[in-house]
Design a protein around this ligand. Structure first.
Ligand code: AMP
Length: 285
């Protein structure tokens, strides 16, 4: 496994792989890897011949009061995990390599970037699309794999790829959860034992919404209320949103017809967590 900290070395290694006829797959991450990330690596490995994992805690996507400084950085552990998965190349640039000067050129997917997390994290998705566009230019992968855990990010990146004709395929991997239902996240490391229990309210609220839907509820307002009621039972958790939206445009929907994204975000203590499910109406229901 090759480890590259520079853009030039990464380009050279990918070029060599491509000249050898290999299909290149990219998994962008911020490190502090867990099984969720590794599931994406496995998907990428199954669909390509040269797997690149980027590890970069992107300052551009953190707000001024957010956790950039304390975001977990566990490179040696990450390296070992990726080596075991048979990854071909880690691209782990320093911030100066990616942003030698503050970028004057940003990539922004308008409208959709101001929905869901974009409301309480203004500029977050612009930071994400700017760095992902750079990674796409640097690695030039045939496929790039993202997690459904960040459903809004998936919708926004798909739109960016479509609008800007990036010559690659976006693949989405399902959410990997702990055995008790908590969606895996690098930020779960911030939780103390009590908060770790309280954090289960996100997946519990989604399950409640799923049950209401299974019993025939189709009104977004009432589904949201079913989830919100679950949140109200837990102290020390502040809901950011419980939303029922179109999975592509992220616009709110009034009724569930065909397929909707149900997304939740909440602060458990100071830690902001997100989770989601997709509700689908079968053809004959
Ligand atoms: P991050 O390091 O948090 O930026 O995440 C890197 C990639 O891993 C993103 O595409 C995330 O959506 C994905 N990811 C994070 N957590 C999970 C999870 N629990 N299951 C599946 N994918 C995940």
């Amino acid at each position: 496994m090759e480890i590259c900290s520079t853009i030039n070395a990464t380009r050279a290694a990918v070029r060599a792989a491509r000249q050898a006829g290999k299909r290149v797959g990219l998994v962008p991450t911020m490190g502090a890897l867990h099984e969720g990330h590794l599931s994406l690596v496995r998907i990428t490995k199954a669909k390509s011949d040269f797997v690149v994992v980027s590890i970069f805690v992107n300052p551009l996507q953190f707000g001024p009061t957010e956790d950039l400084a304390k975001y977990p950085r566990t490179f040696e552990r990450d390296r070992q995990m990726l080596e075991r998965e048979g990854v071909d190349l880690i691209f782990a640039p320093a911030p100066d390599e990616m942003y030698p000067t503050p970028p004057a050129t940003n990539v922004n997917v308008e409208g959709i970037s101001e929905r869901l997390d974009g409301v309480s994290r203004p500029g977050h998705f612009r930071g994400v699309t700017t760095v992902v566009a750079k990674l796409f230019h640097i690695v030039a992968p045939d496929i790039a794999v993202f997690g459904q855990k960040d459903a809004a990010q998936v919708a926004i990146i798909k739109r960016m790829v479509r609008d800007s004709n990036f010559p690659l395929e976006i693949v989405v991997g399902p959410i990997v959860r702990e055995s008790d239902g908590l969606a895996m996240s690098s930020r779960n490391a911030y939780l103390n034992a009590e908060q770790r229990q309280q954090a289960l309210v996100l997946s519990r609220a989604l399950r409640q919404i799923h049950q209401s839907f299974d019993k025939g509820e189709r009104s977004a307002t009432r589904l949201i209320e079913a989830g919100s009621a679950v949140f109200r039972e837990v102290p020390n958790v502040r809901v950011d949103y419980v939303a029922v939206v179109d999975p592509d445009s992220l616009e709110p929907v009034a009724e569930v017809n065909s397929s909707v994204l149900v997304a939740v975000a909440a602060y458990v203590g100071a830690t902001r967590l997100i989770d989601n499910i997709v509700l689908k109406l079968s053809e004959n229901s």
